[in-house]
Design a protein around this ligand. Structure first.
Ligand code: 57M
Length: 357
């Protein structure tokens, strides 16, 4: 909103014209969210420490994690503060803002309740898995129905690398879109098991969607690159840029050895926001490439659980897959940095779909 106000001053000072541009406001959004996180973190970490809002470490996990007992958690509140303040300041108010803010706030609230039960009420299970899943669907439903009925959107599915194949999902789009939002939310949550592991790929994926949203919302670029044009989607780039800034600010403190964990209040809304950005920019399937780390983590859990239930045998030493690498002897920061390297490569592969068709 500040951006729009500053732009209105261009009548008096032509230099204020610069606030019209999504690119410029995106840069400001990254810096604002980064600074909010960097400067609020010491206070919030201190507060979490004084209130003893610390992680309880499971005794059946990798032994290297036992020393993390008591690390302040719910640091996701920090990312959300940076993200929300920055988005409200620099993103143009409109439907994309309303939708993405709804997702961040509702999934943030679900994560908050889960963390509150686990950390403050000392109930190790937190929200029951089924109830958590039901609440996630409930939070995603209004968005999905809105997209389904909104004339600005269509229910065609764009396939990366294949220009001519865009099947219309019809009513199945509702199920598909629910899967994208809720699936992304849970996949980021599963990935959040090593210092810096979830926030790294979140930052690279947000970077990919900042580009896709910008292109999708720009009629000429969309036409030139032959991607679906979505009116107003460009503003989403400002949100994605704020996510990059908030993520970097959080990573400053979550880097090994972490001074704070994000908790479900961070992982659930971050994943859901990425899923929603994929839907709003009409690049849903690219998420499987850009967010490939999240996909691999979630698939490793499915494979492990299925194999364990059917044959009482484990495929990995421990799922999600990051624990497997820890248990075969890789140091924690090595696993994290290697996963980041893969995330950067995947982000480049995702961006290449703009040209390679
Ligand atoms: C949450 N949470 C971390 C922290 C973070 C179905 C099953 C695979 C589910 C899975 C699970 O519960 N996953 C979701 C993962 C936890 O981190 C907290 O949770 C928040 C995210 N929701 O922000 O607050 C622990 O992760 C470590 N951590 C860090 N640095 C960070 O920056 O080191 C987190 C953030 C923290 C800390 O140790 O305590 C978690 O892993 O619990 N379950 C599992 O992941 C468990 N896997 C498992 O049971 N595998 C089985 C199969 C058959 C299901 C198997 O392979 O045999 C493992 N997790 C743990 N111990 N802690 C294994 C046992």
């Amino acid at each position: 909103m500040l951006g729009i106000y500053l732009y209105s001053l261009h009548k008096y000072f032509s230099a204020f014209n610069v606030f019209k541009y999504i690119t410029f406001r995106s840069i400001l959004a990254t810096i604002t969210a980064l600074l909010v996180c960097l400067f609020c973190a010491p206070l919030i970490i201190l507060w979490l420490r004084t209130k003893q809002i610390g992680q309880v470490i499971r005794d059946d996990g990798p032994p290297d994690h036992f020393s993390k007992e008591g690390t302040p958690t719910m640091g996701g509140l920090l990312i959300l503060a940076g993200l929300i303040i920055s988005t409200l300041l620099w993103m143009k108010p409109g439907l994309p803002m309303l939708i993405i803010m709804w997702v961040v706030l509702t999934f943030g609230a679900i994560g908050f309740v889960d963390d509150y039960l686990k950390v403050i009420k000392r109930n190790p299970k937190g929200l029951k898995a089924r109830l958590k899943f039901f609440l996630q669907i409930l939070a995603a439903l209004p968005v999905v129905f809105f997209l389904y009925y909104c004339p600005e959107f269509n229910t065609r599915l764009v396939f990366p690398f294949i220009k001519w194949f865009r099947p219309d999902l019809g009513a199945f789009y509702i199920v598909f879109a629910l899967l994208v939002i809720v699936g992304a939310s849970n996949a980021v949550n599963l990935t959040d098991g090593l210092d810096g592991l979830a926030i790294g790929p979140t930052i690279t994926t947000a970077g990919v969607y900042a580009v896709f949203a910008y292109v999708a919302g720009h009629s000429q670029f969309a036409h030139y690159l032959d991607v679906e044009y979505v009116k107003g989607a460009g503003e989403l780039a400002v949100f994605c840029a704020a996510l990059i800034g908030g993520g970097l600010g959080f990573l400053w403190y979550n880097a090994y050895p972490a001074q704070v964990f994000m908790g479900d209040v961070g992982s659930l809304p971050l994943g859901a926001a990425i899923g929603t950005a994929a839907l709003l920019s009409k690049q849903e399937l690219v998420l499987a490439i850009a967010g490939g780390i999240f996909v691999v983590e979630a698939v490793s859990v499915m494979v492990q659980v299925t194999s364990y239930k059917w044959k009482q045998k484990r495929v990995f030493r421990m799922a999600p897959i990051h624990h497997h690498f820890e248990l075969i002897g890789w140091a924690e920061p090595k696993v994290t940095v290697r996963f980041w390297i893969i995330s950067i490569l995947l982000a480049l592969a995702a961006l290449s779909t703009l040209k390679l068709r």
